[in-house]
Design a protein around this ligand. Sequence first.
Ligand code: SF4
Length: 294
Amino acid sequence: MLLDLQYNEPVFRPPSEGSSLILQATFGCSHNKCAFCGMYKMKEFRVRKFEDFQRDVNIVKQEYPEVRRVFLADGDALAIKTGPLQKILRLLYHSFPRLERVTSYANPSNLLHKSEAELKLLREEGLKILYLGVETGDDDLLRRINKGASRAEIIEAGRKAITAGFELSVTVILGLGGKEGSERNARETATILNEIQPHYFGALTLMLGPFESYFVSEVGGKWVPLERDEFLRELRMLVEGLKIEKDCVFRTNHASNYLALGGTLPRDKEAILETIDYALKNPKILRPDYLRAL
Ligand code: SF4
C-alpha cells in the first residue's frame, strides 16, 4: 500500500537499511560541501518541523504499527539539537511498540558538537547505529575534498560515538586520491580505521559522473582517476593494512563496487585478500561498469 508520506526527494539510505522505514527528520546535509558528493546539492539544509515528522509517523502507524527499524534521513540527522532529537526518538518508540532500533547518518562535526553526556542520552533513548563517512585517512586529501574535518577530528568523532555506546558504521571511498595518491589513500585509510576500530566498515568506489570536473578542480594537482584493477589493488592494500582488534563486519556490497565482498575482520582478512587476488586474475567475476550505479 502506498502511504501519503511527505518525502522531499531524493532520499538516500545505507545499503543495510533496505528493510527500514525511512523518515526524514532533516532535509539535506548540514555540511554539503564534499567535492565528491552530489547527494544533497539541490537541497538547503534544514531540520524538518516536528509536526510534519509526526504527521508521517501517524500515517505509518495506522497501517504498519509493527515497524521494527527506522532510519532517520537525510544526510545527518544527528545535526538536530539533542532535545528535539530526543523528542523524535520518544515519539518513534511510543508510536511503534515493536521498534528495535533507530539509526542515522552522522558527520564528524555533529559528533564533536555534542557532549559525551548528550550522545549517551541519545543512545539511551534508542538511537543505536550511526553511519559516519570517513572517506579517507589522508589528512591532505580530506582538506582537498572539503570534508570539513581533519583526520584527528574524524578519529575523535568516531571514538566518541563508540564510547557513548553507539554501534559505529563507517564508509571509505576507494580512488579519492587518484593514481598519484592511491597508495597513500590505502595506507592512511587503513590506519585511520585502526585508530577508530569501528563495528562496521564499508568501502565504496568513487563514481563522479557529472561532478568529475568540479571534483578535479577542487582537488587540484594532477588528479587522474583509477582504472578498475587499480581500485582493486587499492582495496587490497587497504585491507592488508588493517589491524582490527574486535569483530568488525566488512562489506563492499555498495552498488558502486566492482567486487562484492563480505566478512568479519580480523577473522576473514586472509580470505578477503585471496578473493581480491582471485578477482584480479579472473576479471570475469567483476561487476561490469554498466551495472555499477549509485
Ligand atoms: S557530509 Fe556526507 S552527505 Fe554531506 S556533503 Fe559530505 S559526503 Fe555528502
